[in-house]
Design a binder for this molecule. Structure first.
Ligand SMILES: *Cc1c(COP(=O)(O)O)cnc(C)c1O
Length: 396
């Protein structure tokens, strides 16, 4: 048996294995779109490729309006402004920091709610407990692509007359109750960042079934312009460019393949990880569409007391660049930590879960061979835990 890299052996992988390596569709088709784009001399400002991409997205999601944007963070900001959110908005802390920043950037205070330990999504009771006269909305997140508790949040929003929107950055191609994510709340925002399983280099989409809101959001993404030389809103430049739309069109053609690869990898990880009690793979809802883009493992306290972070250090030494999404939680990062230092006491589940999660590599650059190797490594790490603890302690 080989020696673990952390104990002085050679790394199991000669090249680093990343989480979120981009999936890339048909290159020739992308080049063809690029030639078309140069021939048209139309590079941005709602060109033919953006229009086609938006139409195909509308069809795929079964929604009335899709507004493509340069990235999901700006997309969230546009949606937040179009909904007239102000004062306080309730969000999970267990999410990527952009969810909170999109509010704070506009002078709105994100109020962090706790999550459900099983789903890692917002706990509706925690949300309701945080409502004050200053609350104007709820910004839910479909974490890992698993739907947030949509119905419960809708009920709370209705009861307290709050706006409801979703950060759907993880949930492109996922469904809830047979309906595609994108149809819930007043607005949903997808991310097509390079690290997401479906990418447009950078990019995103704001989607809604509300005509008036769609018009307003479209205007805001284009400086507030309503026709030539006439700004009627405070706007920003959030437009998607033609090359990004070309990448989107190409990747849409391969979407089913990407999901299939992720699903196979997920199933194989599940099969392999059953041998290891200390690593519990989260599951995805049955009878729904899922994109399986994250291999999320909860590290259960080992007999030898190896922590998640020690396991991460040992994996990284092997060139397995696993990630601790979303540690330590938004409430533990600036500016939120300084502004609201007591939030930490009110988020026990977020605190506990954020310490236990490891996200492992998947996607089109990972296959069975790599997965077998990764799981074998996890097993050896457990076997060698005493030695590993000693080595890491010696780092000081
Ligand atoms: C990736 C991500 C974002 C930000 O998306 P960008 O397109 O990179 O701006 C927002 N929220 C969540 C939950 C994300 O994972």
């Amino acid at each position: 048996m080989r020696k673990l890299a952390i104990l002085g052996g050679e790394p199991a992988f000669s090249e680093p294995l990343h989480v979120g390596r981009p999936n890339i569709g048909d290159r020739e088709q992308f080049m063809a779109y690029t030639r078309q784009m140069f021939d048209n001399r139309w590079l941005s400002n709602y060109g033919p490729l953006v229009k086609q991409f938006e139409q195909e997205l509308c069809q795929f999601l079964g929604v009335k309006h899709v507004i493509t944007v340069c990235n999901a963070t700006i997309g969230l900001e546009v949606a937040i402004r179009a909904l007239d959110l102000h004062g306080e908005v309730i969000v999970p802390s267990f999410t990527f920091i952009a969810t909170a920043h999109a509010l704070q950037w506009q002078g709105i205070t994100p109020i962090f709610a706790d999550i459900d330990p099983l789903t890692h999504n917002l706990d509706p009771r925690s949300v309701e407990n945080l409502i004050t006269p200053r609350t104007s909305g709820i910004l839910g997140v479909h974490l890992w692509g698993r739907p947030a508790p949509v119905e419960a949040l809708e009920q709370i929003a209705k009861k307290h007359q709050l706006k409801l929107l979703f950060d759907a950055a993880h949930a492109f191609g996922c469904s809830h109750q047979g309906q595609m994510i994108g149809n819930f709340g007043q607005v949903e925002v997808f991310s097509f960042h390079a690290t997401k399983f479906f990418n447009t280099f950078e990019g995103g989409a704001i989607v809604t079934n509300d005509d008036e809101l769609a018009n307003r959001m479209r205007r805001i993404t284009n400086f507030g312009f309503s026709g030539h030389d006439k700004a009627i809103d405070l706007g920003i430049n959030a437009k998607m460019t033609e090359p990004c739309a070309a990448m989107g069109l190409v990747n849409l053609q391969s979407l089913n393949t990407f999901v299939e690869v992720n699903r196979c990898n997920y199933n194989f990880y599940q099969h392999e990880l059953t041998k290891l009690q200390n690593f519990q793979l989260i599951d995805y809802p049955e009878h729904e569409r899922a994109n399986f883009q994250y291999i999320v493992v909860e590290v259960v306290e080992t007999e030898t007391g190896l922590t998640r972070d020690e396991i991460l250090t040992a994996l990284r030494a092997e060139n397995v660049l696993a990630r601790r999404y979303f540690w330590p939680g938004c409430h533990q990062m600036e500016p939120y930590r300084t502004e609201n230092p007591s939030a930490v006491n009110k988020l026990p589940v977020t605190e506990a879960i954020a310490k236990r999660i490891l996200v492992l590599p998947t996607g089109t650059s990972v296959g069975k061979k790599e997965i077998v190797k990764i799981v074998t490594l996890l097993k050896s790490i457990l076997t060698n835990s005493t030695a590993i603890k000693k080595i890491i302690a010696s780092y000081g």
